[in-house]
Design a protein around this ligand. Sequence first.
Ligand code: SAM
Length: 252
Amino acid sequence: MSYSEFKNECSAQIDAQGHDRALMEATRSWFTLANGFGYSYHFESFGRPLIQYPQDIVQFQELISSTTPSLIIETGIAHGGSLVQSAAMLCLLDVIDGLDPRQSPRKVVGVDIDIRNHNREALDEHPLRFKMDLIEGSSIDPDIIKQVHQHAENYDKVLVSLDSNHTHDHVLAELNAYADLVSVDSYCVVFDTVIEDLPSGSFPDRPWDVGNNPKTAVNEWLQNNKNFTIDRKIDHKLLISVAPHGYLKRIS
Ligand SMILES: C[S@@+](CC[C@H](N)C(=O)[O-])C[C@H]1O[C@@H](n2cnc3c(N)ncnc32)[C@H](O)[C@@H]1O
């Protein structure tokens, strides 16, 4: 089977699984149970905890390899795992392009309201630290938004990941602040849209819940931002994902 025949077969399978009611219900019920065990906290990238589901980690890696960003902007650093993963992928892109990763301008910029000392120290000592720029402050603070925009000034291919405070208002403000930096054909990935699909009260110690989360923000934001579209093929492929309707592709 040729590569194109293989991809066509995959496409048909993805479409079928994405519309299979029994599989969707099983996925939702599995997700709700796994969430109760803190499933997303159990993974690492190059020595740093990465608070993601494996499917989304692989998908983000696919987006990096297909869109070949020169800059990745991430809100929400936590232990730094997603930043390290992006830094590693950017190094690989450099190597593929015949560039020295230490000399290439490719970077990941991370923003977090609270970069805890132990996390900052671990990142400062990390071998891939040269690929990262860390900014401490709220991602919706005008000064921080300005700093990120200044970082992005000289970059032509930008990928954005929003994974900080998951309330509706915060994510809406982040989309308004950063989505315009995304290049055409690249993505703004909005994590934790799945909160809308989980039972109400799934995060009792957090301000977000059904009706107040990244998915409600995406729905509102897309009404006035027709240059982005939800890449539903990714949803149908992953099924298990914290970001259903959150893979927003810039189409114009
Ligand atoms: C889910 S964690 C990020 C996980 C990380 N992206 C990863 O995959 O490992 C959320 C982070 O968002 C940060 N955060 C919360 N409110 C924020 C805000 N207003 N601005 C920026 N970061 C914020 C928290 O301090 C926390 O470290």
